[in-house]
Design a protein around this ligand. Structure first.
Ligand code: MD3
Ligand code: FE
Length: 200
């Protein structure tokens, strides 16, 4: 396992081994069974290319009214609890603080991307965000605190874990493209990203 720091983002390459990845996918399938994936609408009314769901006290949501956290799945069902193997990563990488109250699940199919953005819907940016990549590899673009800052790209592969803390917590970032079919973890291909956040 190697740890790299790029633009203040800490990347733990290959942190989760094959068995751990399988266990996480199984747990995420159970989350998506109870709280099905959906395509949020942007505030401009276009469906996002990434499908999403959440686990925890809060789930991230978007529609014409804007970005926010909501305490139920859009169906009205409660969000499932955050799977234990996912919480274990937070405990290991962010010791000595409270647990996250949202695990956002992003699913990227063949043509999904996520444009450059900042995560700013949470109350307190002093808590880190932890991201776990599963399945197909993707090009992750990371910039700085303003949109115009130069960006650097790194490949995120299945089992990689990224910690965004300090100045990196408010940095611009996005996913340019996925290398569809590069991993055999998900039988139908695609990429899952989990982000653990303290919301309020
Ligand atoms: C940097 N997800 O869900 S994970 C997101 O791979 C998001 O699905 C991407 O950006 C994905 O908001 C990138 C890496 C990541 C996640 C959250 C961050 C980087 C971050 C929050 C603050 C700064
Ligand atoms: Fe983000």
């Amino acid at each position: 396992m190697t740890v790299l720091t790029v633009n203040g983002f800490t990347i733990h390459k290959g942190r989760i081994g094959p068995e751990g990845q399988e266990a996480m996918v199984k747990a995420i399938r159970a989350v998506a069974g109870a709280a099905p994936l959906f395509s949020p609408l942007t505030p401009w009314g276009r469906p996002m290319r990434v499908k999403m769901t959440s686990a925890g006290r809060y789930g991230w949501y978007s529609d014409r009214r804007g970005y926010r956290y909501i305490d139920r799945h859009p169906s009205g069902a409660p969000w499932p609890s955050i799977p234990e193997p996912v919480l274990a990563e937070w405990r290991a990488l962010v010791p000595g603080t409270r647990l996250p109250d949202c695990c956002l699940v992003n699913f990227y199919g063949r043509d999904a991307r996520m444009g450059l953005h900042r995560d700013a819907d949470e109350r307190d940016f002093s808590f880190p965000v932890v991201s776990i990549s599963l399945g197909d590899a993707a090009t992750f673009r990371m910039g700085g605190p303003s949109r115009a800052d130069p960006t650097r790209s790194v490949m995120l592969e299945s089992g990689d874990v990224v910690v965004m803390a300090g100045a990196a917590r408010l940095a611009y970032h996005g996913i340019d493209r996925i290398r569809f079919g590069s991993s055999r973890l998900l039988t139908e291909g695609g990429r899952i990203n989990l982000t653990l956040r303290v919301v309020d």
